[in-house]
Design a protein around this ligand. Sequence first.
Ligand SMILES: Cc1ncc(COP(=O)(O)O)c(C=O)c1O
Length: 428
Amino acid sequence: MQFETSRTLISGAAASVAGGVNSAFRVGMRPHPLVFTAADGPFLTDVDGNRLLDYFLGMGPMLLGHRPPAVVEAAHAQLDRSILVAGQTQAEFRAAELLVRLVPSAELVRFSVSGSEAVHAALRVARAATGRSTVLKFEGHYHGWFDNVLWSVAPDPADAGPAGAPTPVAGSAGQAPPTDIVVLGWNDAGAVRDRLATRDVAAVIMEPVMFNNAGILPLPGYLEAVRQACDETGTVLIFDEVITGFRVAPGGAQQQFGVMPDLTVLGKALANGFPVAALVGRRDLMQLLADGRVLQGGTYNTQSVAIAATVAALTEISTGRPHERIAVTGARLMDGLRKEFADAGVDAQIVGYPAVFQVRFGAVRPADYREALAADREGYLDFAHALLGQGIRVLPRGTWFLSTTHEEDHIDATLEAVRTVLAARKGS
Ligand SMILES: Cc1ncc(COP(=O)(O)O)c(C=O)c1O
């Protein structure tokens, strides 16, 4: 498979588009960023005419696959009625009702356009509710690209201080200083308890399953212990379920683990590719938005077409069918991958759930970001690149997303490609 037309277009586009891409996370892809012409079901078509089986799924959103008919029809129909009204539509009320029904801790909802914005609103609500400003986040967790949370997302340990007392490391040049952020290693309940004891922390924010840097499950009892420490100290617990929402379970990681946060950030699979995110949570906290004491806004919030698509996606998710379907195909893929790696003598672990899991090379079984650094990341990068050559597109960082449109024969084709790549790896 060759990607030369993409290469030429990207280098030409760099004359008018910064770096030829419109997100920092699209830089540095091997062999280079790709240019696509179409997407359908589990497939992407690129300008070189390659048809790629897609496990990026738009970085997670396309739970129902690319262009699912119900979502496409809802969006088309809405285009004939309105695009943007700077007011309310009944569709957004319906979308909120569906969310309240699906997500166990959701009592009230506020929509926004991106997960980063919804995180921003969550922190503002938490600070307003507690009268405190400090926010506690965890090394390796990603909560969007805004200044106040883009700390220690993928820090070089040389800059990050001791694992027990990490120093916040900026994720970007030009960031405002970390005056109100505290960073800890994840999965250490004692460290959270100790830090919250001084009762000056407004919120603890975490990915309840760490997927952005490595696939790491919460240790047994960890989420419960953090919940308890927050309760005892009047700290707001925020689950960032932008990835885990609708994938770990229809109601997210909170449903899976039975631990309820005070506030939850949702995005990605919520709208199957349309730009919609949401902050949901406890009625008394969300009331700060209702009465206007906390400001959250956005010209494009609940844009009519995006919200029509959201209703269609959530209606489908709430039947439970997508989850049941992916439970079967995802398990086939996870089990198949385990077998392929074992047969090839490759030390690899597969961590997570049928709709979102992480493949990691090496013997390490990390509980936090620092431990995860011992994994064979370079080896995985080579593997992901070789798979692309076989027509299978997987994220270089090891996360695999599945959709309802990945059929059993797609899974089997994937496993065959993996076998080919591992055989070539062994032979080289
Ligand atoms: C856990 C998590 N939180 C927040 C975000 C930010 O969402 P968005 O890219 O929609 O701003 C992301 C994006 O990948 C994410 O994975």
